[in-house]
Design a protein around this ligand. Structure first.
Ligand code: ABU
Length: 556
């Protein structure tokens, strides 16, 4: 079934905003009532979090209301430091425990102006006490969205892996920078191990890689490396030194490819969108004809980005067919597997990425399907040496050539940043703790959960699938409220349906009971996109989501 857009989506969005505002004003009381009635644990849990420190005050607890940060290490007492940090950690442990209870609110939503009033955001000239800082931590936690909650389905990255969290805490405590071996020796070795492991899973025999702050930057690295391979003079002389360079990515590819083109001076007009089939997969025939047209114009096709797991539909492009075209026309093939890369760990699902070994570069975000903590994104390359040649600037104050160790362990000059956060440890620790077998089980589990959800709604009254038989853990669907089901006027139905997901989402956020994303796509009006990537999700949470959509949407 397809609900064609066929109208001005921007104008319709404005109307939707007005509708939602009106809806929220008129329903505020009834939503609060329903929430309290259906699950008064929401309120109880929040109250518990609010009162948490009072419950735990004891004779050994220092009076933090008379103590200031200067009394902690390095100038102050190590005993107080330990007690202060323990208080913070206790708050975090309580938050994590609450987050895992399905009936806990996923969020306590407030409009920005209301939230500003609730928090003490201003920084003053005079210091505040540690008691105030503990209150600030607690209030911050109260209004954070619980992305590890089993009913949070809003983003591709969700869940909270406890071992990965421990890794991030350790990383934060060590507080180093991974640009040189001399200040990050252990993490540098771990990066080598993990990047090699990821390359092995892809099927690269050799190569290189780097952790980057998110998939968009990993994609940027790939475009830059591809351009450098073709036209190394660009690095020093700029884009005047080459003919017009052209990139290709499917209509459903991530917008960061256009961002990379803008940043690198290639220009967003030179990113040619390749058509997708009904399932959101790039059409190789369209790619080839657009490559040929580009060459016929005298321009230079140099980069194709295939996607393994598109953001909305979760589609996997046909990598072998795309690789054939890249081979034929001598074009760098990149695979944006930010979302789908984790499937390589599953014997059952890795065939989705058949042909990935033929790519020149792959973006893979372990903070998505694998469940490592944010941020954890890697760019893997088949070619060794290109990252360095492309990005190195030889800053001698940092990358001295006369150090007392093998300089190939200084990875900082491969990066476009100077300072680089240590993203590897939380992944290394989690991977070691679960083993590849444990990760495989987890990935198969979220697949099975997504399938369960699909099968529950496929034939359920009021639910319409955007994509039948989805191949990944994105499940895209419309909810059609009862009074729209018999509407005859297709145009009116389309316009009304476009309002449904935003209204239900707004109501969900007001209730705080669950979160799921929505968007329009191509000719399709707003639809929900459920993503399962959180190992905490149970079938009962998916049942709850279905009931909640029906409860919140039945009167629209
Ligand atoms: N590509 C960033 C992830 C977006 C999302 O969670 O839907």
């Amino acid at each position: 079934m397809s609900f064609d857009l066929g109208f001005d989506y921007e104008a319709e969005s404005e109307k939707n905003v007005a509708l939602i505002t009106e809806d929220m004003a008129s329903r505020k009381m009834s939503l609060d009532d329903t929430t309290n009635h259906t699950s008064n644990r929401y309120g109880e849990n929040l109250a518990k979090l609010r009162g948490y420190r009072r419950d735990h005050s004891g004779p050994d607890r220092p009076d933090f209301s008379t103590i200031y940060a200067r009394e902690l290490l390095p100038q102050g007492s190590s005993e107080l430091t330990g007690k202060f940090l323990k208080e913070v950690v206790d708050q975090l442990i309580e938050y994590i425990k609450q987050e895992q209870i399905p009936e806990t609110k996923v969020l306590d939503f407030h409009q920005p102006h209301e939230l500003r009033e609730k928090l003490q955001l201003d920084i003053t000239d005079k210091p505040v006490t540690l008691e105030q800082l503990l209150t600030d931590c607690q209030e911050t936690l109260m209004y954070c969205v619980k992305t590890g909650h089993p009913r949070f389905f809003n983003q591709l990255s969700s869940g909270l892996d406890i071992v990965s969290l421990a890794g991030e805490w350790l990383t934060a405590a060590v507080n180093t920078n991974i640009f040189t071996y001399e200040i990050a020796p252990v993490f540098t070795l771990m990066e080598r191990v993990i990047l090699k492991k990821m390359r092995d899973l892809i099927g690269f025999e050799d190569g290189d890689g780097i952790f980057a702050p998110g998939g968009a930057i990993s994609n940027l690295y790939a475009v830059n490396a591809a351009r450098h391979k073709l036209a190394p003079d660009c690095k020093t002389k700029g884009m005047q030194s080459v003919s017009r360079l052209v990139m290709f990515a499917s209509e459903h590819s991530h917008y960061s490819l256009r961002g990379a083109a803008a940043v690198l001076g290639i220009g967003t007009d030179n990113v040619i969108p390749v058509r997708c089939d009904q399932r959101g997969k790039m059409m190789p025939s369209d790619l080839e004809s657009k490559v040929q047209q580009t060459k016929a114009r005298g321009d230079t096709p140099f980069f194709v980005s295939a996607t393994a797991g598109t953001t909305v539909l979760g589609a996997f492009d046909p990598l072998n067919a795309i690789a054939d075209i890249c081979d034929q026309y001598n074009i760098w093939m990149h695979v944006d597997a930010a979302w789908g890369g984790g499937a390589l760990l599953s014997k059952k699902h890795r065939s989705l990425l058949e042909g990935v070994h033929r790519a020149d570069s792959v973006t893979w975000n372990p903070h998505k399907l694998m469940g490592a903590l944010l941020q954890c994104s890697a760019l893997l390359l088949k070619h060794d040496g290109i990252l360095e040649s492309c990005n190195e600037l030889k800053a001698r104050y940092l990358f001295q050539q006369d150090k007392n160790y093998d300089l190939s362990y200084d990875t900082g000059d491969k990066a476009i940043q100077c300072g680089r956060h240590v993203d590897v440890f939380k992944l290394w620790l989690m991977w070691k703790g679960k083993g590849s077998i444990g990760l495989e089980t987890q990935i198969n589990l979220v697949y099975d959960l997504a399938k369960y959800f699909y099968e529950k709604i496929r034939d359920r009254e009021g639910f319409e699938m955007v994509l039948e038989e989805p191949e990944f853990t994105n499940i895209c669907f419309w909810y059609v409220p009862p009074r729209m089901r018999l509407m005859k006027d297709a145009a009116e139905k389309k316009q009304r349906l476009n309002q449904v997901a935003p209204i239900i989402k707004a109501r969900m956020m007001e209730c705080g009971s669950t979160m799921v994303g929505y968007q329009p796509l191509d000719d399709k009006v707003n639809f929900f996109r459920l993503v399962v990537s959180n190992a905490a999700v149970r079938r009962s949470d998916l049942d709850f989501l279905i009931q909640e959509i029906e409860r919140l949407g039945k009167d629209i």
